[in-house]
Design a protein. Structure first.
Lengths: 308, 273
């Protein structure tokens, strides 16, 4: 018995069958999507609606379940709050500075270390280790690293230079946090760039090298243009993560240093948990939501246009 | 010459980026007495006393409880994310459903500051009695993990040749059978990677652990910060370091063993998204 039909008829069967029924019908597809979509609606859609309602209501911890509509006073309170704007400014500066530093250092490391890593991939492991440790834990670790008596950094600075700055006081806390964030997340940018760099065919570089291009020229005119999409994406991912920073800042300084390290996330957290100002916290959440929606929308349109 | 320079840059980068971990490791191996005189980067008399104390004196700081809470919540948060994302990923990769709305929305979710939803979730948890429970924390970690799980799995399933599905279909398999008996075994490596990466992410989460737990379900990241807050000004740096090392160890070990797979999933959303 011959079970194998010849190639022609097999192709014919398949063509007919493809018209008859899709692999997964639309109804089946919807069914498979339902659990995820339902879960997201419950845990994100419902909270989003609560946010909107509470942001235009008067509500306290005592009247949590019976908010009274009160117009836009919460929004007015937030938008007139100097601390809101200073925390927004903190988040914006923090996001831009850390994302830029991480991308620059990451790009340099990716290109400069590529020959080394190509031969010994295992060297990637120690470079990626910082990404595996909780940012909150890293924040706590820096409390030790920078501690004036127990920390090695002040110890050696005193030993070598006779002086050490107060890393976490009002003048230096911001800079310290930028360095802390940059050191932990540069590996992420590095990783993206290294993969993009490795994906560039070797013969492109060889050809331009034969044409007399210097290594620097190859990087400038071949590698960088080819890596541009990755550069943009990495910058935005790191910017967004820096903008919404919470864990390591909270663990290292709280909002300490005279409130000079309050990011937007910490602002919302404190308005809710420390002040009990639910309306204000919720209104700030909605403002942040709208802001991130605008940024993401712009980014998606940018990405969409690039594909065309 | 350039080669030597590359090694030097590599060494500096590794040391600088891992500096807090190195310092914490060294400090955790110093005796209480040595710590008061030697904050430097060498150890004259290495000791495991700090680890012994953390692991045996559990009356004031029960590290086992924190480790268990983190493990259970992370397992729920990762397992459930995969259970929800896998069928959805199959539908998106193999049909027209979900491509236009669900996938883009979920991908963008990764970029939305989750604190936006934190306050209503806190109130919702209060109504549902989920505050300070491992299940409650696990459900939130599912939200944290779902976007990347979906992206990785959609990519993995799209790479499976459609002919495989078709062959099974011709033999009379339903789409559910194809999904579970053909596609699932084939993309097993991607499922494992998703699990490892999700577990690390969930273990390292801090914000929701801080907001939604107070005592019974506190995860390791939050517990470690309790340890600092409770000891006030006079932190015992030796034991504190041991706590931090033990808390950072599970994800760090997983990450070091699986770094190759993880580098793929870290970049998944970024490169294709």
């Amino acid at each position: 018995m011959n079970h194998l039909p010849d190639a022609g008829s097999r192709l014919g069967v398949r063509r007919v069958w493809r018209i008859d029924m899709a692999l997964v019908t639309r109804a089946e597809g919807r069914m498979y999507l339902t659990p995820l979509v339902g879960f997201l609606l419950l845990f994100l859609g419902f909270p989003a609606i609560v946010n909107l309602i509470y942001s235009v209501s008067t509500v306290t911890f005592e009247t949590l379940r019976s908010p009274v509509l009160s117009g836009f006073s919460n929004y007015v309170a937030v938008l007139n709050d100097r601390e809101f704007w200073s925390s927004a400014w903190f988040s914006l500066r923090f996001g831009v500075l850390t994302a830029s530093a991480e991308c620059l250092i990451g790009l340099f490391l990716a290109i400069f270390l590529a020959p080394l890593l190509g031969k010994r991939p295992v060297l990637m492991a120690p470079l990626m280790l910082p990404l595996m440790v909780a940012p909150a834990m890293v924040g706590l670790m820096y409390r030790l690293v920078l501690h004036e008596f127990a920390g090695p950094v002040p110890y050696y600075l005193f030993e070598w230079f006779g002086d050490s700055p107060a890393f976490l006081d009002i003048n230096n806390a911001f800079r310290t946090l930028v360095v802390v964030e940059t050191l932990q997340w540069t590996p992420f940018a590095f990783l993206l760039f290294y993969m993009a760099y490795s994906a560039i065919p070797l013969d492109v570089r060889e050809a331009s090298s034969l044409d007399g291009a210097s290594p620097f020229e190859i990087v400038r005119w071949i590698d960088l243009p080819l890596m541009k999409p990755t550069l943009v994406i990495a910058f935005f991912i790191r910017f967004i993560d820096g903008f919404r920073v919470f864990d390591n800042v909270y663990a290292l300084t709280g909002s300490g240093a005279g409130g000079s390290t309050t990011s937007l996330s910490i602002y919302i957290y404190q308005a809710f948990f420390k002040e009990g100002a639910i309306g204000k916290a919720v209104a700030a959440s909605v403002v942040l939501f709208v802001a991130s929606f605008i940024v993401l929308h712009g980014l998606n349109r940018l990405a969409g246009r690039r594909k065309l | 010459m350039v080669r030597a320079l590359r090694w030097i840059v590599f060494a500096i980068a590794v040391l600088a980026m891992n500096f807090p971990i190195v310092v914490t490791l060294i400090t955790s191996l110093k005796s209480q007495r040595e710590l008061s005189t030697n904050p430097g980067l060498w150890i004259s008399q290495p000791t495991l006393d700090n680890y012994l104390e953390v692991l045996t004196h559990t009356s004031r700081f029960n590290i086992y409880a924190y480790l268990l809470n983190s493990t259970v919540a992370a397992l729920i948060g990762t397992g459930l994310a995969i259970v929800l994302a896998f069928p959805a990923a199959y539908a998106i990769a193999r049909s027209e459903a979900g491509k236009r709305l669900v996938l883009p929305i979920v991908i963008n979710l990764r970029a939305v500051p989750l604190i936006i939803f934190a306050i209503p979730l806190y109130m919702m948890y209060q109504w549902l009695g989920l505050l300070d429970t491992r299940i409650g924390l696990g459900l939130i970690l599912t939200i944290v993990n779902a976007p990347l799980a979906l992206v990785i799995l959609v990519n993995a399933i799209s790479d499976v040749p459609v002919e495989l599905d078709e062959a099974a279909k011709v033999d009379g398999a339903s789409s559910l059978q194809v999904m579970m008996m053909i596609v699932r075994p084939v993309i097993r490596p991607a499922l494992v990677t998703t699990f490892i990466f999700g577990f690390i992410t969930a273990w390292n989460e801090f914000l929701f652990g801080l907001m939604l737990t107070t005592s019974r379900a506190v995860p390791m990241t939050v517990g470690a910060s309790f340890f600092f807050a409770a000891s006030g000004g006079g932190v015992k740096w030796g034991t504190a370091s041991a706590v931090m090392m033990l808390g950072a160890l599970p994800p760090a070990l997983l990450g070091l063993v699986m770094y190759r797979q993880i580098s793929g999933s870290m970049t998944a959303g970024a490169v294709k998204g």
